[in-house]
Design a protein around this ligand. Sequence first.
Ligand code: PLP
Length: 357
Amino acid sequence: MTEDTPNEIVVVKSEQSKINSVDFSNLIFGRVFTDHMFICDFKDGKWQTPQIIPYQAMTIEPSARVFHYGQAVFEGMKAYKDENDDIFLFRPDQNFKRINTSAARLAIPEFPESYFFDGLQTLLKLDKDWIKPGVGNSLYVRPFVIATEPAISASPANQYRFMIICSPAKAYYNEPVRVLFAEKFSRSADGGVGFAKAAGNYAAQFYPTSLAQKKGFQQIIWTDASTHQYLEEAGTMNIFFRINDKLVTAPNNDRILDGVTRKSVIQLAEDLNIDCEVRRVSVEEIKSAAKDGSLKEIFGAGTAAVISPVSAFEHGGDVFEIEQMEKDSYASLFKEKLLQIQHNLSEDPHHWRYKVK
Ligand SMILES: *Cc1c(COP(=O)(O)O)cnc(C)c1O
């Protein structure tokens, strides 16, 4: 069945939903995808008519530039459902802006705002049964753009594909993570692409992260590439340090991803009268705070896990354990506040919720 919606997205519905074959109580993150996907090609200098079609494998030539030069950027956002079956996104304007900032850095053409929001809303409404109500349940939404032009000359492509796929996600209790402060490898450098959600930033982290995992640390906290003395971010999450009752986080720069969760935590801290300093944080400062007992918490902030507490860090061969607070931790406070806003269970003074219409 093909029909044109008023906003001129061509919709082809799947004949049969896969939803009954999915065990929603046993979801592994990012393995199962909903019935439909959004797809829009760029060619002849413009974005073509967007389509929503059944989720399926697709044919791309082996010479497509994305396979050779990594011209690919993505986003990560979540959709939530409240008890009235209304669907919400959290600050999607930020994701829209950021995918185009990322795209510009990788010489990918910008995607039009109306296509993004109309596509997203049409897709979410079509696959609404995949979004389960209840705090912590969500639908992970993955917009991305790849260079599809079949030509392996090393220059920007003339053809791209913008897509959105969705994967149901469960409310996991996330175990605190043990992290390693980077001393040798770097994730990003001055003037590079660290601030962009570029696929290659992830590829570059897998090897050092696997070495860290062999030593018993799940993640790396990246430090500045030139001196390795300043703590930057965790590679899928921005990072906050609590020293006594004060929060500290690194300022954004071209090496650090400008996280939506990070900026929301900074705003919530202000609302709650929690002192939050946005400034450089040195490895030495955190090590001495750990030694003198003033380091109370470290936590990561990102869409996937919302807030992830850190239970230990390693640097220069020394391991510092961070005792987990039983109550009044900032990590659980911010997580709770964010989830309440996201699930339409609290006031939303900054208008972060976006209702899908
Ligand atoms: C996506 C991402 C984050 C978190 O950003 P959110 O907008 O909060 O999800 C942090 N760091 C990196 C490198 C990322 O790719």
